[in-house]
Design a protein around this ligand. Structure first.
Ligand SMILES: [Zn+2]
Length: 500
């Protein structure tokens, strides 16, 4: 079988994957900042890494998957000082405790991930749960001479790191001179810094800042980039296998993460860096202000002017699988309609396949050879940097064979029992375990399990919308369920549903 190759953003090329410890993989993915509902673009990133995690597990690796929750330090506009913390700001506007904001949107994030059948990570650490370790890392960086303190804040000395020969800017391909000119305009706000590309690793809290901790330098809070350096080191070791995240995190977040790890222990955090590309809508960047955006909930309920109907979460997941994680994915109504057809066709074929029985103990027919070649090609495509669109295309070539065998165009006598068994395992393993799809096309075999599951998830979404006083979403859910002749009933023990 083809060896697993990954496109390593750090070296800008595909490389054969070699784990640090044979049979084991440490995987760290930057999680959400929980100050608002999860965006569909973020869903795409996390579904991509879910497939990557599932495939690595399928290959037999024991994967420790760590995905953090950012609940402090991520400032407005991704600034590293002089701006308000996103969670503090939301807490101030809503007159809630910051941890209420964090809990609400963490719950919402989990619900959407569950609906999309993305597996939970093995460890989901929070930045506020690791303040002590972050203070320790700031101290290590200071002790090694790669940071300096000014008026209670601590800044990372990027110039010193660059001049030490250890490098700064490799991941994002930026050179320090570019950074100087880019940020010269912003220097007015960054007067504490020795150099414009330096960044804060500890920030002294302004009097109105509510999230604050004692430290040797000031009462303050950690810089946004620090948590990922600290938590990946704590749970996966100083150098681990794979670090992932959205493309938009390459700079400054991941670049600064590398700088911090090099600055504290003189080691590269990850051997392989994987980055997912953007989700577009109708060929353009999603943007609320341009009225070119859709929420996951709107996609599932059909209550958006951008779509003609509701799409099940599994259709959305299938749609995402149709493009490679490093390519942009353009969300369109036509694309979703096509994905719905494709998804149904795949699930039908799976049922047809399970109804087939072969009796030939061996066969040297062309059909037999084609089936075996396609099975091998599917594995090879997934080992080629997780090429889900290519692997799906192979499955659809096999769907044609399966349907031909079912309707008698092709002769089952030309297929051996071992080839048919191989085909059955391939479909079962890839559809459900690797691609993570569920069969939501019918209730057969599942009783009403899938429908019950989906309804309880929809009720959960509505509940959290109501808790957030998002009456628009909660009304939309009720109204569109009514159109499907499903009634919700709110009672003392929660919400129940009935269907006509
Ligand atoms: Zn991160």
């Amino acid at each position: 079988m083809r060896q697993l190759e990954l496109y390593n953003s750090l070296n800008r090329k595909k490389e054969i994957f070699t784990p640090i410890n044979e049979g084991h993989i440490g995987l760290y993915v930057c999680g959400p900042t929980v100050y608002s509902n999860v965006h569909l673009g973020n869903c795409r990133t996390f579904v991509s890494f879910d497939v990557i995690y599932r495939h690595l597990t399928y290959l037999g690796y024991k994967v420790r998957y760590v995905r953090n929750i950012t609940d402090v330090g991520h400032l407005e506009g991704d600034a590293d000082s002089g701006a308000e913390d996103k969670i503090s700001k939301k807490a101030r506007l809503e007159q809630l405790e910051p941890m209420e904001i964090v809990q609400t949107y963490t719950n919402g994030f989990h619900q959407i991930m569950d609906i999309l059948n993305a597996k939970r990570p093995n460890i989901e650490p929070r930045a506020t749960g690791h303040i002590v370790e972050q203070i320790e890392m700031v101290q290590e960086i200071l002790d090694n001479g790669y940071a300096y303190e000014k008026n209670g804040s601590v800044y990372f000395d990027t110039l010193k790191l660059a001049q030490s020969g250890k490098g700064y800017g490799k991941l994002s391909g930026r050179v320090i001179e570019d950074l100087i000119s880019e940020s010269r305009d912003n220097l007015k706000n960054q007067s504490e810094k020795n150099h414009p590309s330096d960044f804060a690793i500890w920030i002294k809290a302004a009097p109105e800042h509510i999230m604050r901790w004692n430290s040797p330098w000031s009462v303050g809070f950690p810089g946004w980039h620090l948590e990922c350096s600290v938590m990946s080191t704590k749970y996966l070791g100083k150098t681990f296998d794979i670090h992932g995240g959205g493309n938009d995190l390459k700079f400054p977040h991941h670049e600064n993460e590398i700088a911090q790890n090099v600055g504290s222990c003189d080691c590269q955090p990850a051997n392989y860096w994987l980055h997912t590309n953007m989700l577009l809508m109708n060929g353009k960047k999603m943007s609320k202000s341009d009225n070119n955006s859709i929420t996951p909930q709107e996609l599932f309920t059909g209550e958006s002017e951008h779509t003609s109907k509701a799409y099940s979460p599994m259709v959305v997941r299938f749609f995402m699988l149709q493009s490679h994680y490093r390519s942009t994915l353009d969300l369109t109504d036509e694309g979703l309609i096509a994905a719905e057809k494709g998804y149904k066709r795949l699930m039908e074929a799976f049922k047809n396949l399970n109804g087939l029985t072969a009796t030939a103990t061996s066969s040297d027919s062309d059909l037999e050879k084609e089936i075996i070649t396609l099975i091998e090609a599917t594995h090879a495509d997934m080992n080629d940097d997780f090429n889900t669109p290519k692997a799906l295309a192979r499955l659809f070539e096999l769907v044609n064979k399966i349907n031909g065998l079912k309707d008698g165009h092709l002769d089952i006598a030309h297929v051996s029992t071992s080839a048919l068994d191989g085909l059955k395992s391939l479909f079962n393993d890839y559809i459900f375990d690797v691609f993570g799809l569920l069969d939501s096309t019918s209730d057969s075999g599942n009783g009403n399990g899938v429908l019950d599951g989906l309804m309880s998830l929809i009720i959960d979404i509505r509940k959290s919308a109501r808790e957030n006083k998002d009456w628009g979403t909660s009304d939309k859910i009720r109204d569109s369920l009514n159109e499907l002749k499903i009634q919700l009933k709110d009672g003392k023990d929660g919400t129940s549903w009935t269907a006509d």
